[in-house]
Design a protein around this ligand. Structure first.
Ligand code: 5GP
Ligand code: MN
Length: 343
């Protein structure tokens, strides 16, 4: 980190990117870091590979700082930022596939790449890495990183709000096993800065559209499948299902957790039909690794208990593939059911 600290002593051109369909951790980390870098006199552009949920569009710095990359509309401008950048920060992902369609711009840029992340199975593409799988959130690592760069005293309200949003969501509101005492100490520090955590919570979790709630009701009533013999529950949502409820990005965030909450369930999945592929979210409890499952079978990855992937198939083919794998994974699922959740 020392050479990086030295680099940041003079004003640099910086690009910050979260992963595709950024969640509160990816976007909160990106904006928290960008807000801090700007205080240091750096020129910063945050570029999101794709659109993101509306319930995140209040994050401090969001208006001025996030550009959603749209190849047909702003390619030249965004490409220029990458070409001229001294540093590119890749936040909350560790495989360049996760920032498509920006990966080519990252690869071609002469900028030094900085990776800050907490996912498993890191790829080697960065010049500087701050990577810890045991971290509960990338936002936790951003807080530490700012400290390592000598900027702890510059963390102000807006930066603290961004980081709190990332930590709060990635810890499942402080309940997942990775929520260490260290996380609580960081959060205590953020609260001391004076953030309004109740409002942040409400903005992220309690600002549903009527359509979103109806989609939830529909999914629970008509699409939840429970397979007690495999301790598995899943949803499959077609394009038509989503269209019926005027689907907006983020509307299915958290849905998979309802499947996981069914008593006795160890493995949960959500299959969502998108334009030319099926996006899958996996969740598990205990020692069953959905990271390994999604890496081995669904072109994805993530964490042990929360991962995702994609298949370039129809919705039925994707679900059939999942169902056909269950007998193979059954012993591991049963094993996980016997053990207390990992610490
Ligand atoms: P979610 O199901 O909430 O979209 O994602 C759960 C976790 O898995 C997140 O940490 C996310 O970054 C990761 N993840 C989701 N989709 C993919 C994917 O296609 N590839 C990889 N490598 N990770 C993913
Ligand atoms: Mn994260």
């Amino acid at each position: 980190m020392e050479p990086l600290r030295a680099l940041l002593q003079s004003p640099r051109r910086v690009v910050v990117i979260p992963h595709q369909k950024p969640d509160a951790d990816a976007l909160g980390s990106s904006l928290g870091l960008a807000n801090w870098l700007r205080k240091g006199g750096h020129t910063v552009n945050v570029v999101s590979p794709t659109d993101y949920p509306r319930f995140l569009n209040w994050l401090p710095g969001h208006d001025a700082l996030v550009t959603v990359y749209q190849p047909r509309h702003n390619h030249a401008e965004v490409a220029g930022w990458f070409t001229k950048a001294d540093l590119i920060f890749c936040l909350d992902f560790n495989d360049l596939k996760r920032c498509e369609p920006l990966n080519g711009l990252v690869e071609r840029s002469k900028a030094k790449r900085v990776l800050i992340d907490h996912h498993e199975a890191k790829q080697d593409f960065a010049h500087f890495e701050y990577w810890r799988v045991s971290a509960a959130a990338t936002a936790e690592l951003i807080f530490e990183f700012i400290g390592l760069m000598g900027g702890a005293s510059q963390v102000d309200g807006p930066i603290a709000e961004c980081l709190y949003a990332g930590i709060m969501t990635d810890t499942g509101s402080f309940k997942y096993p990775a929520t260490s005492s260290r996380v609580h100490r960081i959060v205590a520090h953020l609260l001391d800065i004076g953030i309004d955590h109740t409002t942040i919570h409400r903005r992220i979790y309690d600002t549903n559209s009527e359509d979103r709630l109806k989609l939830l009701g529909f999914a629970l009533n008509n699409r939840l499948k429970v397979l007690p013999e495999y301790r598995t529950a899943y949803f499959a949502l077609s394009k038509t299902d989503l269209f019926q409820f005027n689907y907006q990005v983020g509307d299915t965030e958290g849905l998979v957790n309802y499947a996981l909450s069914v008593e006795g369930v160890v493995l949960a999945a959500l299959f969502k039909e998108e334009e030319d592929h099926v996006k899958i979210s996996f969740r598990s409890v205990g020692d069953f690794s959905v990271n390994e499952l999604s890496r081995a079978e669904f072109n994805g990855g993530g964490h042990k208990n929360a991962a995702g992937g994609k298949l370039p198939t129809s919705l039925t083919t994707a679900v059939d593939k999942f169902l056909s794998l269950l007998p193979h994974y059954q012993p591991q699922i049963e094993q996980a059911a016997l053990m207390p959740p990992a610490q």
